[in-house]
Design a binder for this molecule. Structure first.
Ligand code: NAP
Length: 339
């Protein structure tokens, strides 16, 4: 497994981290607990040492399953748990709350669910427009100084918001959407992270499964699965993305004898201070991990990727649909993210 040292934690992490949103079930059409625990244990057996979770993923369920799997597996001290803070929920809908008060209660809940006395990487899930960034940063700084958290992260923050944060507290990690189809951070967050020595946890490495190569025109999603409303998965655009995936898959086979999934995750790892968060909820989904490691994309292939994306995805759309609402619209009237 390739490794990356994370400043702050002072420990190396595997370049691939396991994403456990779908394991929580919420917004992914439910999940199977036994399969979920098996998936986490498989990830650890394959050499993945970073697991990303959040209280909001299944309203505590993802964190509990991560805690259970680590207890069964053992070796907590060799693993990095990355969880988050700053999203509250009511009646099945989430909204932002990164206040100091919320952070004080959420850390205790996360520690209990994860069955641990410390969090390795504690990340503000979304910037909260109703709470000064300084208040959030100060609350995290206190936890860091106490040793309850070993590194501080923010997620979905702009460089400007990170600058404000860093005036009050150290910052070690930024978690942002990043995959072959969602590359906005190349313009701002990624160069900023390179300059400031931050580690980037790239989320949605497979673009919610699109870049796995499994999706077909007639693939159906069940229950509250977010891909029913994800704009990339809606008819006309969906076909553009499927055509792009097919072209990228041909390219990966021609150039490297690998498939589109390997190309997509490798692309992220080649960008420097990055760790790819790969969401999986069944052990077999992690089987292709070896295809991703130990090689690099050449410049010619990178140019070819950009050409194919421009040719096939003529109406691109970003991941903005996932942004949760602020507290001012809730908790009673928050937009249900399940609708
Ligand atoms: P992702 O990694 O792009 O895609 C995950 C989905 O891809 C899986 O649930 C699975 O879907 C499919 N998949 C995975 N491996 C596969 C394989 N080998 N073959 C076929 N399909 C495969 O999406 P993500 O889970 O949204 O993102 C990764 C992680 O990033 C999350 O779990 C979470 O930890 C983090 N994240 C953070 C934020 C944030 O705001 N900070 C937002 C989103 C995600 P099926 O099981 O349905 O086939």
């Amino acid at each position: 497994m390739e490794q990356k040292l994370i400043w702050g934690v002072g420990m190396a992490s595997s370049r691939i981290g396991l994403g456990t949103w779908s394991i929580g079930g919420w917004m992914w059409g439910g999940s199977d607990e036994a399969e979920a625990v098996k998936t986490i244990r498989t990830a650890l057996d394959l050499g993945i040492t970073l697991i990303d979770t959040a209280p909001a993923y299944g309203f505590g369920r993802s964190e509990e399953l991560v805690g259970r799997a680590i207890a069964e597996h053992g070796g907590r001290e060799r693993l990095l748990i990355a969880t988050k803070v700053g999203l509250a929920w009511h009646a099945g809908a989430v909204y932002r709350d990164a206040s100091a008060e919320r952070i004080r209660t959420e850390i205790e809940d996360s520690l209990r669910r994860l069955g641990t006395s410390y969090i390795d990487i504690y990340q503000v899930h979304w910037p909260d427009p109703l709470v000064p960034v300084e208040e959030t940063a100060e609350a995290l700084h206190r936890l860091f100084e106490r040793g309850t958290i070993r590194a501080i992260g923010v997620s979905n923050f702009s460089p400007e918001q990170m600058e404000t944060f860093r005036a009050v507290a150290p910052l070690h990690v930024v978690q942002s959407p990043y995959n072959l189809f969602e590359r906005a951070i190349e313009k701002d967050v990624l160069p900023y992270a390179r300059r400031q020595g931050l580690t980037v946890l790239a989320y949605g490495a497979l673009c919610r499964g699109l870049l796995s190569g499994r999706m077909r025109r007639d693939t159906r999603f069940l229950g509250d699965d977010l891909r029913q409303t994800d704009p990339k998965f809606q008819p006309r655009r969906y076909q553009q993305y499927l055509d792009a995936v097919a072209a990228l898959d041909r390219l990966a086979h021609e150039r490297y004898g690998r498939n589109v999934l390997a190309l997509a995750v490798r692309f992220i790892l080649d960008q420097g201070p990055t760790i790819a968060l790969w969401g999986a909820r069944r052990p077999d989904q992690l089987a292709p991990i070896d295809d991703v490691l130990g090689w690099r994309l050449d410049e010619e292939t990178r140019v070819a990727i950009d050409r194919l994306l421009a040719e096939f995805v003529t109406d691109p759309v970003g991941p903005d649909f996932m942004a949760p609402p602020a507290r001012e619209t809730g908790p009673r009237s928050v937009v249900s993210l399940r609708s």
